[in-house]
Write a protein that binds this ligand. Structure first.
Ligand SMILES: [Fe+2]
Length: 335
């Protein structure tokens, strides 16, 4: 009897054939337990399936988010490169050493603007806004570095008006300009005339002596390296006691640097490269229209120093990245 009871306990005993009442109850309980087990298994499987679905969905969302973030980043960089930075002019304040500079010139300021490139991709509003920053700097002189337009003569038409608004302490005597390759490619005579109408003297192959409190500074105007012909002999002969008089060579193209150094020219400023327009972090640009890989900033070779501005406009592609447009304000110092 004890053994019967023992083996008839639910879940432990074997069902006897034909069964008793006790065994019937036990059977019912066992069925319930089995059902519960099955239910639990069913739930587990359902949970697993649901989790699996959610996992897949999660992966899909993550992938979708990743693609969206990449597109947003690329869109942001493109917007910055095509729209924001090309229209964000920087004033660069630079100390420019000129050997043998007299006291009268020490601390005087020259505003230098190159590569305005008025065109379909460089608007008149942008140029007006940028150049308006020059008057606020109260410069003593203003020098323009060439490439005023791209391709079409009509882009030179507003130059007299926008250049005519520029002011410097030396007055018209202190407004000087050289010409660039794009001015030649457009129409050198037409563009030069518009520069003159804007109150600037075009100084191609000329030396302009300027005086400040009795001290001289000789501004030497080069011709464009690609399209013109710089008469170095004439320029050097026009500077008294060259190279021991304070002088500054203004050239659109920086590739005249090597020749200038050979001839003993000691300070030079240039444009043309636009700084390469696109820089990569921690390095200079990717490509530059310079035979000697000049980009922007200072370059020195022995006694000859050159500064290249990044310029104001863009050409070919309306892009700039980590290479914003520049208006240079030189403060002259002795050397
Ligand atoms: Fe240019």
């Amino acid at each position: 009897m004890f053994l019967d009871n023992l083996f008839n306990k639910p879940g432990r005993g074997e069902e006897k054939p034909g069964g008793t009442e006790d065994s019937f109850d036990n059977n019912n309980k066992r069925d319930e337990i089995e059902d519960n087990k099955n239910d639990k298994e069913g739930h587990k499987n359902k949970d697993k399936e649901e989790k699996g679905e959610k996992g897949k969905e999660g992966k899909k969302i993550t992938r979708r988010k990743l693609i969206r973030n990449i597109l947003l980043t690329l869109g942001g960089v493109a917007g910055y490169t095509f729209i924001f930075e090309p229209n964000w002019p920087w004033i660069e304040r630079v100390q420019l050493p000129i050997p043998d500079l007299g006291e009268g010139w020490i601390g005087k300021k020259i505003a230098f603007v190159s590569d305005i490139h008025h065109s379909i991709i460089v608007s008149l509003d942008y140029i007006r806004y940028s150049l308006s920053m020059i008057n606020n700097e109260n410069p003593d002189m203003i020098i323009l570095g060439g490439d005023y337009v791209t391709k079409e003569r009509k882009f030179a038409d507003p130059l007299p008006e926008i250049l005519g608004n520029l002011r410097c302490n030396l007055g018209d005597e202190g407004k000087l300009a050289v010409m660039g390759n794009h001015d030649y490619w457009t129409d050198i005579n037409y563009v030069s005339q518009k520069i003159r109408e804007g109150g600037f003297k075009v100084i191609t192959n000329q030396v302009i002596p300027l005086w400040m409190n009795g001290d001289p500074l000789y501004i030497m105007g080069a011709d464009d390296q690609w399209c013109g012909n710089t008469d170095f002999d004439h320029l050097i002969r026009s500077v008294p006691r060259f190279p021991y008089s304070p002088h500054l060579l203004v050239s659109h193209n920086p590739d005249l640097f090597r020749r200038s150094k050979e001839l003993g020219i000691r300070t030079m400023i240039a444009g043309h490269t636009h700084g390469g327009q696109v820089h990569l972090p921690f390095m200079k640009g990717i490509v530059t229209p310079s035979r000697y890989d000049f980009y922007d900033g200072f370059y020195r070779d022995e006694n000859t120093l050159m500064y290249i501005t990044r310029g104001l406009g863009t050409a070919i592609l309306p892009v700039r990245f980590l290479c914003p447009p520049e208006i240079t304000i030189f403060t002259l110092i002795g050397a």
